[in-house]
Design a protein around this ligand. Structure first.
Ligand code: GTP
Length: 495
């Protein structure tokens, strides 16, 4: 996401300043001007940037800098604090409680990603043991109900809506009542959008809100709207009691700075960000780790959380067993691809570690490899169970390859390429053969080394070099304390 570029620009400005032999007012001003420019280019509202610049200048004491204190740290800390201040409205949003019915209403312009986000929000909670339900009160856009129905069905979430009824208030009330009776604890109401802010939209929102009395109204904003973010967020806040913000499409070319403006305009926190079209491309938004990452200061807890979140713990012992027997099948490859996709581009995950920035992965490459993984998965979707579970490379004869190519609509060349990739991975994983499976809490040095060895083959060479080669990787993994977490990244574990 382009916010990484903002982080890079700020880091460069700080670096340039700390390279200067004498820090005088001019050097400090140049540094702050560079930071200001970077923020404006990322669509942070002009007024906010101005305020921030003034605040930093009043906090940073030139004498401290001249006295040889760590200049970079002092300014970085001031920038960190100011960015956190903008993103933290000072009070948390309403948090629904499990097993107690809450109504959450979603509002936003058409195309902001509202309907998709409703389902992502429901799915996120469902995975955590909630009983969510979706109500489609969007009677304005033809096809809105079908879209919600499709998403909800895929995620196995109960839904309510109507093809005949044109009154959104009536549908919203009926849906909320029904799901309250069914003991759902998170009732999500998707409302209509319009292409632009207009009176009819705001009036409809007010009516739905009055009739359903939501515990929380979430404003969904497309991160690519740029400098318009502040005014748009403010307009919604003036019509309904917006209590939280979700910023979508943070994976795209959006500059993302609009998130800061939306918080300032609504005085409500960003609670999640959307990072893709898929159901699980949705991340909890935490101010400090986010800003920390932005400034290249690392986000240790985010890294751990991400890994824990994507690794299906219940699958780990079974998987490790198969690997220790040397059985790396296409199905296992498919499941690992699923993990990688859930985790986000690997470079993005590594950017959460101190000292690693998203710039480490050549820009654009992560997307490319993600798209390739998705293509491979499409081809594997056309395979039979026998093919997916076999460890016999000879099974994949010409006619099978042709059939898979036809079934998935991909060229034969790509199927061959995917099978080559499988062979490459199978070779790497074959090193796990004979690995003694440690009992819970008994992660041995041997398995730790195996992990480091395995990781060294999977990491892009330039990343491995940056870590300090094999030795660096091993000590990094030791520092992380639990090698289980690193194992988990590739689907293994020490259960
Ligand atoms: N890349 C990316 N696309 C997203 C994200 N969230 C939503 N989208 C896409 O944005 C488009 C619009 O999303 P919808 O959910 O239909 O938008 P909406 O705001 O509900 O639109 P209306 O129902 O017409 O008001 C769809 O193609 C979604 O797949 C995201 O986080 N990243």
């Amino acid at each position: 996401m382009v916010l990484a570029e903002l982080g890079g620009s700020i880091s460069r400005a700080l670096q340039q300043m700390s390279n200067a032999t004498i820090i005088d007012e001019k050097v400090l001003n140049d540094c702050l001007n560079d930071i200001t420019r970077a923020l404006l280019q990322s669509d942070v509202q002009f007024k906010l940037v101005r305020e921030m610049q003034t605040n930093i200048k009043s906090i940073v004491n030139l004498e401290d800098l001249a006295a040889g204190h760590n200049k970079r740290r002092i300014i970085q800390q001031a920038v960190f604090n100011e960015l956190c201040k903008i993103l933290d409205p000072g009070k948390p949003s309403f948090t629904p409680k499990k097993a107690k019915p809450s109504v959450v209403m979603f509002v936003g312009l058409q195309g902001s990603g509202k309907t998709t986000t409703c389902t992502k929000y429901a799915y996120y909670h469902q995975k955590k043991g909630w009983k969510p339900a979706l109500v489609c009160a969007d009677t304005f856009r033809a096809g809105a109900f079908d879209q919600l129905k499709q998403n909800a069905t895929k995620a196995k979430i109960p839904f309510y809506g109507s093809y005949m009824e044109s009154d959104p208030v009536k549908i919203a009330v009926e849906g909320v009542e029904r799901f309250k009776k069914e003991n759902c604890d998170l009732i999500i109401v998707d409302t209509s959008g319009r292409h632009k802010q207009e009176a009819a939209l705001f009036e409809e929102m007010r009516q739905v809100s009055e009739a359903t009395k939501p515990d929380l109204v979430i404003f969904v904003m497309d991160s690519s709207i740029g400098q318009a973010a502040f005014d748009q967020a403010q307009a919604f806040k003036q019509s309904v009691a917006v209590g939280a913000v979700i910023v979508t499409k943070m994976d795209g070319h959006a500059k993302g700075g609009g998130a800061l403006s939306a918080v300032a305009a609504t005085k409500s926190p960003v609670i999640f960000i959307g990072t893709g079209e898929h159901m699980d491309e949705f991340e909890v938004f935490d101010v400090k780790p986010f800003v920390s990452r932005l400034l290249g200061m690392g986000d240790w807890s985010g890294f751990m959380d991400k890994i824990h979140e994507v690794v299906p713990m219940d699958q780990q012992p079974e998987l490790l067993q198969k690997l220790s027997e040397g059985n790396f099948t296409l199905r296992i490859m498919y499941e690992q691809f699923q993990n990688i996709l859930k985790m986000g581009p690997i470079g993005q995950v590594f950017s959460m570690l101190p000292g690693f920035s998203a710039e480490l992965m050549p820009k654009g490459r992560e997307k490319e490899s993600q798209a390739k993984i998705k293509r491979y998965m499409t081809m594997m979707d056309s395979m039979t169970n026998e093919e997916l579970d076999s460890t016999n490379p000879k099974l994949m004869n010409e006619s099978r390859v042709m059939r898979i190519a036809r079934g998935s609509g991909r060229p034969v060349r790509e199927v061959m390429e995917m099978l080559e990739e499988y062979k490459r991975l199978a070779k790497i994983w074959s090193k796990m053969k004979g690995l003694k499976i440690p009992k819970k809490g008994e992660m041995s040095a041997l398995s730790r080394n195996m992990n480091a060895q395995h990781m060294s083959k999977v990491l892009p060479p330039q990343m491995l070099k940056q870590i300090g080669g094999m030795g660096g990787l091993q000590s990094l993994m030791k520092q992380m304390g639990s090698s289980k977490d690193m194992m988990g990244m590739f689907g293994g574990g020490d259960k």
